[in-house]
Design a binder for this molecule. Structure first.
Ligand code: MEV
Length: 310
């Protein structure tokens, strides 16, 4: 018997980085998924994109092993399992592939052992792996991959689901530059040390922007939401989360008619989140491809993690 789990990747709509320092952020699950397969084995083996580890100390797969060990110790079962991971998005692309992986691993493993974990337990176990990778993440990536849909999230509080009728269409453009979330969290945190008063003001305004953005999203006012995104990009750029290449990509998307665009996630490369004008998405994707950028459309809200036996 095998257990499977699939978790969506994510985009942060507003509030990234400031959420690490207590602000509200708005995040959405996106239509790219990580699939995890789990079955009984003679020892703990983790396979991911051609990497295989039967030695849990191997660096790349150690965070996944951490999740497996934590769950098996707390829930008292043997961790001799084979875990196979397949992701539709590359690592370090700002779309939360590590969070989606940890969430799907927690759910597939417990499903295999005959348990159905709730969202908060899934998130708690997944955090063990996420912390091992990113240092001190806020937990927003894990929360959105576990719940799906759209959430308002703040550290230390239960994520609030943002519900609305119908769906909204966004564009995600991959810059092609990989980066480390841990390094970027540290870089932005240094700005807080350097300019504490200014940073506190920006964190407050990030909370307000996230509230406004949630309202615009619910009302379907994509033009206004776009303005909030572009403004947020400028702020993130000011605190060191952007790069000249990302700034140029945002400018390009605006020049091509998008209502707004910004880096999403930690920045430093990764991906850009944009709002295309109605009816322009296919042409935009083709234009971006001709300029060397991979992009895809995602409908929001989309489903959270799910698991099944086969
Ligand atoms: C990464 O998707 C979002 C950051 O705010 C880090 C975090 O919240 O853990 C940059």
């Amino acid at each position: 018997m095998k257990a499977f789990a699939e978790a969506p990747c994510k985009a942060i709509i507003t509030g990234e980085h400031f959420v690490v320092h207590g602000a509200w952020a708005l995040a959405a699950a996106v239509e790219r998924r990580v699939r995890v397969e789990a079955c009984e084995a003679e020892e703990l083996v983790i396979e991911s994109d051609g990497h295989r580890s039967s030695d849990s100390s191997k660096k790349r797969l150690a965070p996944v092993a951490k999740v497996v060990t934590k769950i098996s110790e707390e829930l008292r079962f043997n961790p001799r399992v084979l875990i196979r991971i397949a992701s539709q998005v590359p690592e370090s692309s700002g779309l939360g592939s590590s969070a989606a992986t940890m969430v799907a691993v927690a759910l597939a493993l417990t499903k295999l052992k005959g348990m159905d974990l709730g969202t908060s337990e899934t998130s708690r176990y997944a955090m063990a792996g996420e912390t091992a990778i990113h240092g001190r993440p806020s937990g927003i990536d894990i929360n959105i991959c576990a719940t799906g849909g759209v959430i308002m999230d703040r550290m230390g509080e239960e994520a609030k689901k943002v519900r609305f009728a119908g769906s909204r269409r966004f564009l995600i453009v991959q810059s092609g530059t990989k980066r480390s979330t841990r390094t970027l969290i540290d870089r932005v945190s240094r700005m807080k040390l350097k300019y504490p008063g200014l940073f506190a003001g920006l964190a407050n305004s990030a909370s307000l922007i996230s509230e406004l953005a949630a309202t615009r999203l619910v009302n379907g006012d994509m033009q206004e939401l776009g303005r909030l995104l572009t403004y947020s990009h400028a702020v993130l750029s000011t605190v060191g989360a952007s790069t000249p290449k990302l700034d140029r990509l945002v400018d390009l998307l605006l020049a091509l008619g998008c209502y707004g665009a910004k880096l999403t996630g930690a920045g430093g490369g990764g991906s850009v989140f944009a709002i295309p004008r109605e009816g322009s998405t296919d042409a935009l994707i083709a234009e971006l491809k001709s300029r060397g950028y991979e992009s895809f459309q995602t409908n929001v809200p989309c489903e959270g993690v799910k698991s099944w036996l086969q």
